[in-house]
Write a protein that binds this ligand. Sequence first.
Ligand code: GTP
Ligand code: SPV
Ligand code: MN
Length: 604
Amino acid sequence: MTALTIPGLDHAPTTHERLLAWVREVAELTTPEQVVWCDGSDSEWERLTQQLVEAGTFTRLSGKPNSFWCASDPSDVARVEERTFICSADPSGAGPTNNWMDPDEMKAVMTELYRGSMRGRTMYVIPFCMGPLDAEKPMLGVEITDSEYVVVSMRVMTRMGSKALARFGEDADFVPCLHSLGAPLEPGQEDVPWPCNQTKYITHFPEERMIWSFGSGYGGNALLGKKCYSLRIASVIARDEGWLAEHMLILKLTSPANKVYYVAAAFPSACGKTNLAMLEPTIPGWKVETLGDDIAWMRFGEDGRLYAVNPEAGFFGVAPGTGWKTNPNAMRTIEKGNSVFTNVALTDDGDVWWEGYSEAPPAHLTSWKKQDWTPGSEELSSHPNSRFCTPIAQCPIVAPEWEDPEGVPISAILFGGRRATTIPLVTESRDWQHGVFMGATLSSETTAAAAGRVGVVRRDPMAMLPFIGYHAGDYFQHWIDTGKSADATKLPRIYYVNWFRRGDDRRFLWPGFGENSRVLKWIVERIEGTAPAVETAIGHVPTAEALDLSGLDAPGADVEAALRVDVEEWKAEVPMIEEWFAKIGDKLPTSLRDELEALKQRLG
Ligand code: GTP
Ligand code: SPV
Ligand code: MN
């Protein structure tokens, strides 16, 4: 074959042979107009954002420094779980919760999609690192993409460019991440503001530790360091190496006695991680600082405790509902600028707005669909899954140790979901195995973060249903084994929370947001052995008296109802858990089956 000459291809700032060979192979397949190796510099960022403004993808904001408004194609607004595949060598490697296709078959299909798919566009090579750059063994990746939006977003969400490439040396291992919008440009053809393809594939090759994505520009489908690498591929690496890659926030809690506790919490997409991570406590003397809002990698330290690291460098947070009353620290973070806002509304004076941004909406907006919007409009101004993309370092309450490669020792793990009924405000597990049962049976109403129906209750184990890179039964066993391998006295305690229980008129029974600090306080007091709890069929639950409710502006009856363990509701839950466990099949750990039997016994 004759080697193609593609401008930029040979201007590689590395001698890493495997990387050079892969970049050449992809360039020859996708035939871009030129190849650009990203260095992550300010001048590169200025060039790319200006290009995005000229293309009509970005609108420069005057209301926030170095920030942009962006509206996607209305069909490309969320993760596409139906189009997400785990291409393990054997179907049992993917299990019943993932889509599977034979790796060779998938490669054949996608190779044809990629053939010429970057024609008329620039192919960017983005070396990146998930987690701190000074880690003993940095977790490296390279994303190849034909999207400027992806490059600009990856600069916020990861450590990328020259500083990452410096850690590659001659032969460091890395995860190849290939992304194409699937929208080649013919000579003279005018581009659209948000190129994408109706055919979409988000695919993972767990044995090869490789990611191929096609057709979408949306965050979770296109920023491949995030869910694809740090959860789906990392969960496989973690299984093999004895650690955990989880869909969890990490926060630091300091008590009035100045004692520090680190908490990790797994809630499904759009169920409150960003908000809890940046919480402003309503109870005096307590302080929360943020380490991460979406992903935690947890390994045992030499002292036998479980340490968590956030692999990301940015927040890709849900915009609607984020306001000065609900999440002032997110507002302070984005006010500092350097942010991209996708699928929110644009104000007439060049700022952003979304439902919940402020109490009263402006008199006129440009909606995410680029249409005139007034407070009388029938449609929402912003897509429910619209997002802000902003650097963690700008968060006013970022914990100083957020980039420590050793991580922080976790005292408590919270599982939670969005359930209108049944699940109490907080329940403490009896032990690790019972906590794993809580996680494995976690359920939540679906949200707009994934394409499909919203508000349907589904099992979302450990909030990882769309992100487990292998068989869910093996994943549960890995969680059980993680507990068995550890000193039980040093393991984090496990809790199940629900901020979303509703009364008869559909109002939330618990005010949530900053008031969730009252639940965190009870958890700390349980760890210290000072707070009472009632032993129920489902675990240890506080009475209203056991919670610090001083100054809480909520009806006492609502709090009681939020805490209630209703045996009849739980009896109705059991068949749903049985159905779920049946779906997992033979690989369901016996210990979880035992936990279900014990629960049934206790419910009577
Ligand atoms: P992903 O980024 O999709 O993984 O989501 P997340 O878990 O970080 O969710 P986020 O914190 O962004 O919250 C999603 C939505 O839930 C927002 O609209 C919030 O306003 C709302 N929310 C968060 N916490 C609470 C709470 O305590 N109570 C109530 N009622 N709503 C909440
Ligand atoms: C989620 O859906 O859980 C997110 C957003 O955090 S995305 O990165 O798009 O997956
Ligand atoms: Mn998430």
